[in-house]
Write a protein that binds this ligand. Structure first.
Ligand code: ZN
Ligand code: FE
Length: 238
């Protein structure tokens, strides 16, 4: 049986471990804080067998080397990031499958935030790095609005009950922007109340679900590239 461990690290990142309690193995989705990841594995007697990177940014792949050195785990990342992600990674492409704990995860190419960005989907879970955030989406550092729009649409086609494990806790500031776009969206207003209460208790607003995001995430609700591009530009200046 597979479960997900979420560890808040750095300023606003989430480290995620996929854990198979039966075999005592774990996979780290990105490596924002190698010390926190290693400590969790040690305290729970888990063997870290792999790192599945979403993209090359330091707050996602910066802990690779230390984790590889200390555990001998294998690194996987998008084919386009093989040269710029540490730990001698294996390159993955759209449609590739990874097995863990009896579950199968498929690789989705989601360029936009960066050119080599990938996501992992399986077992009703989506690890999308800096592509979708709760009520938001990643900035366009290396991609065009069109690329990001296509990537988001690809993720929107997944089952509605997919749990979205994004890499940052940006929810409240994302909601502040979304309220400018749709001030009268009741689902958005309800999520705002829920998110405020969670954050007041220092609790996570993540994971979110695709079905919920489709009700209030302005970037997923954009129906054209130009509408998306306009929203992304407004958010950058917000
Ligand atoms: Zn990033
Ligand atoms: Fe990030």
């Amino acid at each position: 049986m597979l479960h997900v461990v979420q560890i808040p690290v750095l300023q606003d990142n989430y480290a995620y471990l996929l854990v198979d309690a039966k075999s005592a193995q774990a996979v780290s989705i990105d490596t924002p804080d190698p010390t926190a990841i290693l400590q969790y594995c040690q305290e729970h007697a888990l063997n870290l067998t792999a790192i599945w990177n979403t993209h090359h940014h330091w707050d996602h792949a910066g802990g690779n080397e230390e984790l590889v050195k200390k555990t001998g785990c294998k690194v996987f990342c998008g084919q386009g990031d093989v040269q710029r992600i540490p730990g001698d990674p294996v390159g993955l492409q759209q449609g590739d499958q990874l097995e863990f704990a009896g579950a199968s995860f498929s690789v989705l190419a989601v360029p936009g935030h960066t050119s080599g960005h990938i996501a992992y989907h399986g077992n009703g879970l989506l690890f999308c790095g800096d592509t979708i955030f709760a009520c938001g989406c990643g900035r366009l550092f290396e991609g065009t609005p069109e690329q990001m729009f296509v990537s988001l649409q690809k993720l929107c086609a997944l089952p509605k009950d997919t749990k979205i494990y994004c890499a940052h806790e940006y929810t409240l500031s994302n909601i502040a922007f979304a309220l400018r776009v749709e001030p009268n969206n009741n689902d958005l207003l309800a999520f705002y109340e829920q998110a405020k209460a969670l954050r007041a208790n220092k609790e996570s607003t993540v994971p979110t679900s695709l079905g919920d995001e489709l009700k209030y995430n302005p970037f997923l609700r954009a129906t054209s590239v130009s509408e998306f591009a306009q929203l992304r530009k407004q958010k950058d200046e917000f």
